[in-house]
Design a protein around this ligand. Structure first.
Ligand SMILES: NC(=O)C1=CN([C@@H]2O[C@H](COP(=O)(O)OP(=O)(O)OC[C@H]3O[C@@H](n4cnc5c(N)ncnc54)[C@H](OP(=O)(O)O)[C@@H]3O)[C@@H](O)[C@H]2O)C=CC1
Ligand SMILES: CC(C)(CO)C(=O)C(=O)O
Length: 306
């Protein structure tokens, strides 16, 4: 059944209609008026005509949303989520005038390679977020919610602004508020830096890294270098978090595994590329990180810009 998009709440814009963009639209659209800004006009047409379909626990629900292509758009929502991949952020930021009327911007990219780009929005409330939900885009208007986690938000510039209206989020889509943006991003970066490239190169599910002794050894070697150049509060706890998440997602194929398996570009620049830059700034040699970084770049056939 098609549920009307919520009229009682905020007007919210979402740039990018991928797995995370559609997941947000499906949950936030229940109570708020949501507009999805897509790259392709054909996707915007489908979303505007048929709504966003959310598949969860064998059931499908559909929420009506507005949609239009991002190119040429002038966003007039006070709160906008940007959910494109890190490597597409430059093309979105190039359209800076589109955000003139936006008061609060939320960036949900993995990794930390995008932080410098956010300075151009420093006169607004700028939030960064860590998504711990599993989401898979099934087609241009359908998303499967494959793992319920939470969204953690922290302010990078200004305050939480209009995002505060979201309170604890929606049922099945909890939101947590953190005071230290660097902490939440670094904690997630360490997890992605260890699990994603190794699973992608070894072509295994996350759990295999722990089950196979030599792979676990590789995890530890990579972690030891990564933790050397990132501002971690407690390296032991960081390692325990990597192991815990690896165990909790044992049956998953990581996003980097899926990207390589499907011939897509990966987010390696934002993850290990960022770690390498931190190493350079500190004069630290990171041979294992560089080796793994080059292996992923070679597999994706991409340019070396990290
Ligand atoms: N999926 C998940 O479970 C998780 C994802 N994340 C992170 O969230 C971020 C988004 O991931 P995800 O949703 O999976 O990525 P997807 O690749 O599924 O979606 C990205 C979307 O951005 C769109 N896009 C690209 N350029 C533009 C543009 N210029 N204007 C408008 N739209 C554009 C793409 O359009 P098109 O389809 O036309 O190319 C695509 O629909 C990533 O950084 C990822 O690491 C974090 C945790 C979990
Ligand atoms: C936590 C993990 C490793 C789960 O697969 C992930 O975030 C990813 O695959 O990008």
């Amino acid at each position: 059944m098609l549920q009307e998009s919520g009229g009682e709440g905020l007007n919210i814009g979402i740039v990018g209609g991928g797995a995370i963009g559609l997941l947000l639209a499906a949950y936030l659209g229940r109570r708020h008026g949501v507009t999805v800004y897509t790259r392709r006009p054909s996707q915007a047409r489908q979303l505007a005509e048929h709504g966003v379909a959310l598949k969860k626990d064998g059931e499908t629900s559909v929420v009506a949303v507005r949609a239009q292509p991002f190119a040429g758009a002038e966003l007039d929502e006070p709160l906008v989520f940007v959910t494109v991949k890190q490597y597409d952020l430059a093309s979105v930021c190039a359209q800076i005038d589109a955000f003139r009327r936006v008061r609060t911007l939320v960036f949900l990219q993995n990794g930390m390679g995008h932080l410098e780009q956010l300075t151009m929005f420093a006169d607004k409330n700028v939030l960064v977020g860590v998504v711990e939900h599993g989401a898979m885009k099934l087609d241009d208007r359908t998303v499967a919610h494959t793992g319920v986690g939470k969204l953690t938000l922290a302010s990078r510039y200004g305050s939480f602004g209009d995002a505060r209206e979201l309170r604890e989020g929606e049922r099945g889509f909890p939101i947590e508020w953190a005071d230290d943006w660097e902490r939440i991003l670094v904690d997630k970066l360490v997890v992605n830096a260890v699990i994603n490239p190794l699973t992608a190169l070894l072509q295994v599910k996350n759990g295999a890294l722990l089950e196979t002794a030599p792979y676990r050894d590789m995890m530890r070697q990579l972690f030891d270098e990564v933790q050397n150049v990132l501002p971690l509060e407690d390296a032991n706890r960081a390692w325990e978090r990597v192991v815990r998440i690896c165990r909790k997602t044992a049956d998953n194929y990581s996003s980097m595994y899926m990207d390589l398996a499907n011939g897509r570009r990966t987010e390696i620049d934002a993850i290990l590329g960022y770690v390498l830059k931190q190493g350079e700034a500190r004069g630290a040699m990171l041979p294992v990180v560089r080796f793994v970084f080059c292996a992923v770049k070679g597999k994706e056939g991409g340019e070396m810009d990290g």
